[in-house]
Design a protein around this ligand. Sequence first.
Ligand code: HEM
Length: 181
Amino acid sequence: MKKNIMTTVVLVFMLLTLPLTLSAAEYQHKLEEKDITFAWTIQGDEIHVQLSAKTEGWVAVGFDPIDAMEGANIIIGAVKDGKVKIEDHFGDRKRGHSSDEELGGKNDVKNPVGTEEKGITTVSFTIPLNSGDKYDKPIPADGKGKVMLAYGAGKDSFTNRHPFNVVYEINLKTGESKKVK
Ligand code: HEM
């Protein structure tokens, strides 16, 4: 009898936590820093990314920056009036970035999805590890690389500066990470 009760308790617990377990398990790796989360899965020659931040503005990730934002392969996204906009950008200067399309390259973002709920903006997308575009950089899927995370505030405009930014060195394959800035 006792065993039956225990089995029922375990089953109910599993049923209740299933949705949580599924969403957490959606991505292989997750990095949480203050008010921003970067989750990712490398699959074949692509990387699936989810970015979430406590903002009603934009949220972004940048791979392999050289000097501040210069040289970084940036993906920036925001949700406005329920509509998601995610763009492929490049750090064409130390203090800014432009869209690949504006620079003469192409937008390599696939599967753009986003929500803005209770002041939290979450976007997800897929990009190739090596798009071949002049304004992207091969993403190091097998070793360490610098990854920057940032989010804007208030406005959805992609030119609105960030109140928060951070730089990590991440091994995208193992998920091992170290904050470098
Ligand atoms: C939206 C337009 C943006 C503006 C106007 C802007 C502006 C700036 C400025 C003025 C700095 C200081 C640069 C310096 O050290 O002299 C900076 C630093 C930085 N930005 Fe942005 N930024 C923008 C977007 C982004 C995006 C999309 C990311 C990507 C995730 C990002 C990540 C960073 C990081 C990590 C730093 C610090 C770099 C360091 O200390 O080495 N920024 N930004």
